[in-house]
Ligand binder design. Structure first.
Ligand SMILES: Cc1cc2nc3c(=O)[nH]c(=O)nc-3n(C[C@H](O)[C@H](O)[C@H](O)COP(=O)(O)O)c2cc1C
Length: 337
């Protein structure tokens, strides 16, 4: 394989697209370092959520999503890549070394890249229209290709049980002041904020079948449908074989593959991590949906936004240059690097 230097302008452009990846509370907890013909992904634990995510799992899932976005953006720019995940045991914050060499995107890969700019987390109640089974099967394959499993929650009883677990986790978290403070600190922001969850992206009640995280200020209009089981939401669990940092990263790459695959066909999506952040609901999800196989990583809602729904506003991102540092820069600035 022949690696050749990548122009900085190209690297900057693909990183700008990678930074559009979803992240917990829109913390964007990553940093990129540029080599001549490589791009390195580092966890930025100065942007972590110590109360919500003490083990850094949500952080690594977010970074995995950014890594997959980077791979997709690179392909669209004519670059293939070989990824070395967690390449340096002495530096667990060095999440990936991405070696670049010229490549040709397929039409499907170009469609995924185009989906990056259109994807949003849509927390509103979805319409009654069912998501086609063929698309769900395609998304299951996309997750599998990234080393994770997408398990659709079928049957009214299981859906109701998972909805109850989401509510339970939400209530439990709302009783923990440190968690509430963290959610408040990262939400309720204006539209132009470079990070965090803007108030306009959080729906105004009435609540639907699945509880929305208690972010500050609910502003986005919500459809009234959904208290019963008539909404067409596909509820699915992303899971991995184990719970190592490598599994978390794979879950994030699979998350990105599923979300972009859904967006490419106009299907709305919404990650939900609250019941995975509370040990008791996490264990219950594992028992109910995985029969004790593997590790639950993230819940997802997939569905069609209702026809009359306003588009979900785009959330902000940090200036791209703030996320890039030279490869040789000292690593101490990033705790855990
Ligand atoms: C690991 C992870 C966990 C998330 N958990 C939740 C959640 O529990 N509730 C929620 O409403 N959004 C959740 N999100 C979505 C983020 O809040 C969202 O990606 C971020 O605000 C950026 O907005 P965007 O996805 O519209 O670009 C999560 C995203 C990731 C990657």
């Amino acid at each position: 394989m022949l690696t050749i230097p990548v122009e900085r302008a190209t690297a900057r452009a693909v990183i700008a697209l990678a930074n559009r990846a979803p992240s917990v509370h829109n913390t964007q907890p990553w940093q990129w370092r540029l080599g001549d013909s490589s791009i390195h992904l580092f966890a930025d634990s100065t942007r972590s959520l110590p109360a919500t995510d003490p083990t850094g799992r949500d952080l690594r899932i977010s970074c995995g999503a950014a890594l997959h976005h980077l791979r997709v953006a690179l392909l669209a720019a004519g670059w293939s890549s070989t990824v070395h995940r967690l390449p340096d045991p002495a530096h667990p914050g060095h999440l990936a070394a991405v070696e670049l060499y010229p490549g040709q995107p397929t039409a499907e890969q170009l469609m995924l890249a185009a989906a990056i700019e259109n994807r949003r987390s849509d927390r509103r109640v979805m319409s009654t229209w069912p998501v086609p089974a063929q698309l769900v099967a395609e998304l299951e394959r996309a997750a599998e290709a990234e080393g994770a499993a997408l398990r659709v929650v079928t049957g009214d009883a299981d859906r109701r049980h998972v909805a109850a677990l989401i509510s339970h986790a939400s209530i439990e978290q709302s009783l923990t002041p440190r968690l509430l403070e963290e959610a408040a600190a990262w939400s309720g922001r204006g539209r132009a904020a470079p990070d965090g969850v803007p108030a306009v992206n959080v729906p105004v009640g009435p609540d639907g079948t699945f509880a929305v995280r208690a972010f500050t200020t609910r502003e986005q209009r919500q459809d009234t449908l959904g208290r019963d089981e008539t909404d067409g939401t596909v509820l699915a669990l992303l899971a991995t074989v184990d719970s190592s940092p490598l599994d978390d990263l794979a879950a994030g790459e699979a998350l990105s593959a599923v979300l972009l695959g859904a967006t490419r066909w106009g299907v709305a999506s919404d990650p939900i991590s609250q019941p995975l952040e509370v040990p008791s609901t996490r264990a219950e999800l594992r028992r109910t949906l995985l029969a004790d196989w593997g590790e639950p990583q993230l819940l997802l809602r997939l569905g069609w936004a209702s026809i009359s729904a306003e588009p979900v506003p785009r959330t902000g991102r940090r200036p791209v240059d703030d996320t890039i540092v030279p490869l040789a820069a000292p690593w101490d600035a990033l705790a855990g690097g």
